[in-house]
Design a protein around this ligand. Structure first.
Ligand code: FES
Length: 175
């Protein structure tokens, strides 16, 4: 008999989650870092994965969902490949973050409610402060800070990423 029999079955689908759970020795006290790692893997927290994590840790799903919904850092909806965080904290706001937000929304065709583009490439969010006030106004793309932004520079950033994606798609097709 395999020792894993008492654990949830390791399906291929949950292989990455299993690796994360193993890394944290399936300790319920490590729930937050486990969820962070799961989100890094999937870019959000799928409901079925949260249920799987609860079973694997031997804790009620309500506790896992409670943590996942308490922290704004966690996302229960899929996000785009590029998560753009526009800072609208005080320092960035006084340095004209709103025109940047408007330019990005127009470029991407997203709104305050519909934050992700239909092709799942971009998600645009606003945040209170990115901790880089001296570089205001700031935009962060997948954790990379872009300082002293303007609406034009922000749009150029998107266009560069779109070009990068087109080149990658063309290369894939050529293979
Ligand atoms: S207010 Fe924007 S980085 Fe602090």
């Amino acid at each position: 008999m395999e020792a894993t029999q008492t654990r949830p079955i390791r399906s291929q689908k949950f292989e990455a989650v299993c690796a994360i759970l193993d890394k944290y020795k399936r300790q319920p006290s490590k729930l937050i870092p486990i969820l962070q790692a799961v989100q890094d893997e999937y870019r959000y927290l799928p409901e079925e994965v949260l249920n799987y994590v609860a079973t694997a840790l031997g804790i009620p799903p309500a506790r896992v969902f409670g943590v996942a919904t308490f922290y704004t850092y966690f996302a229960l909806e899929p996000k785009g490949k590029y998560v753009i965080r526009l800072c609208d904290g005080t320092a960035c706001h006084v340095k004209n973050s709103i025109p940047i937000l408007e330019a990005l929304r127009e470029k991407l065709g997203v709104t305050e409610k519909k934050k992700t583009t239909p092709d799942m490439l971009f998600t645009l969010e606003t945040v209170a402060c990115l901790g880089a006030c001296g570089l205001a106004p700031v935009v962060m793309v997948n954790g990379e800070v872009h300082s002293r932004m303007t609406p034009e520079a922000a749009v150029k950033l998107i266009e560069d990423l779109q070009k990068q994606e087109q080149v990658a798609a063309a290369k894939k097709e050529a293979c």
